[in-house]
Design a protein around this ligand. Structure first.
Ligand code: ADP
Ligand code: MG
Length: 280
């Protein structure tokens, strides 16, 4: 790997936080509680996102990636630690954090593509109808789907549905775009194409991205920084700079060496403490 040092944001530092971090996940532990037991999903996880980062959370299934996104989304509260956006503690969902999910059914089927993209803009009273339509069309154009504005989701391929979901999220102009394994259900070729398009879109729009995946290759391609999480319960194992890798470097010697290193780090798991405990 070319460089190992932590890279801090270079552009657009926000006045809200003295460190310049846009999003801070600070020592965050997350738990699910049932009457019988408590499941710890993440244990004291910390990382910072800066403006225009493409930050990837990489870890095996069940290590708490989706749970972390839910907490950043404001849907669940940490039992320990704090999440801050522009220096303010996250306590509830808000239009400044939008999630794109893996599932193709995240678009209501009775709405057209255009209506789907406009819906959050109208529901959140971000824009009036005319402005919402203009903005929706702008972002549909950016994902190459302006010509499909009037069709319904069932007329689209899986990749096209994910493009609509991305356009809908970007149209809200969130402070951070959260993506939870958005390409995992796509076939390999479409997935690669979508990664390519996402990077082009980022080049164009320069949004801040927090991207979750369990694929090492996808993490290296999509991310400029990668946080590696240990198996359940998720803890930070390492933070890696992956700035130098693109789709073009996939298959190259350096890329493969980096992928192998990540693979080793993911699988040489130290003995973890108990993952569950009984409620006292
Ligand atoms: P990942 O997205 O990395 O695959 P998740 O965040 O979905 O992992 O899950 C982390 C851990 O929390 C897993 O062990 C999972 O079984 C557990 N978990 C997830 N959702 C719930 C829930 N609603 N109730 C209880 N445990 C849950
Ligand atoms: Mg998940």
């Amino acid at each position: 790997m070319a460089r190992q040092s932590r890279i801090h944001g270079v552009s657009g530092r926000d006045a809200g936080d003295p460190t310049g971090a846009l999003l801070q996940v600070d020592n965050v532990s997350l738990e699910y509680r049932t009457p019988e037991r408590v499941v710890r999903a993440t244990h004291r996880v910390s990382f910072d996102l800066h403006e225009a980062d493409r930050f990837v959370l990489l870890g095996p299934s069940g290590c708490g990636k989706s749970t972390l996104l839910k907490a950043i989304g404001g849907f669940i509260a940490p039992v320990e630690g704090e999440i801050r956006l522009d220096g303010h503690r996250v306590t509830a969902p808000g239009p400044d954090r939008i999630v794109v999910f893996q599932e193709f059914d995240q678009l209501p089927p009775w709405k057209t593509v255009m209506q789907n993209v406009m819906f959050p803009l109208l529901a959140s009273r971000t824009l009036g109808r005319k402005e919402a339509a203009e903005r929706a069309l702008h972002y549909l154009d950016k994902v190459g789907l302006a010509a499909f504005a009037d069709v319904h989701p069932h007329q689209l391929s899986g990749g096209m549905k994910q493009r609509v979901a991305i356009a809908r999220a970007l149209a809200m102009q969130p402070r951070v775009l959260l993506m939870d394994e958005p390409f995992a259900a796509l076939d390999a070729l479409t997935r690669r194409k979508m990664q390519e398009e996402l990077l082009e879109l980022w080049d164009d729009v320069r949004f801040t991205l927090l991207f979750v995946t369990h694929s090492i290759e996808e993490a290296l391609v999509v991310g400029n920084r990668i946080a590696l999480l240990s198996p359940h319960p998720g803890r930070m194992r390492a933070e890696i700079n992956s700035h130098d890798f693109t789709l073009a470097s996939q298959g190259g010697v350096e890329f493969q060496a980096a992928a192998q290193r990540l693979h080793n780090m993911l699988f040489e798991a130290p003995v973890e403490p108990r993952q569950e405990r009984l409620v006292a």
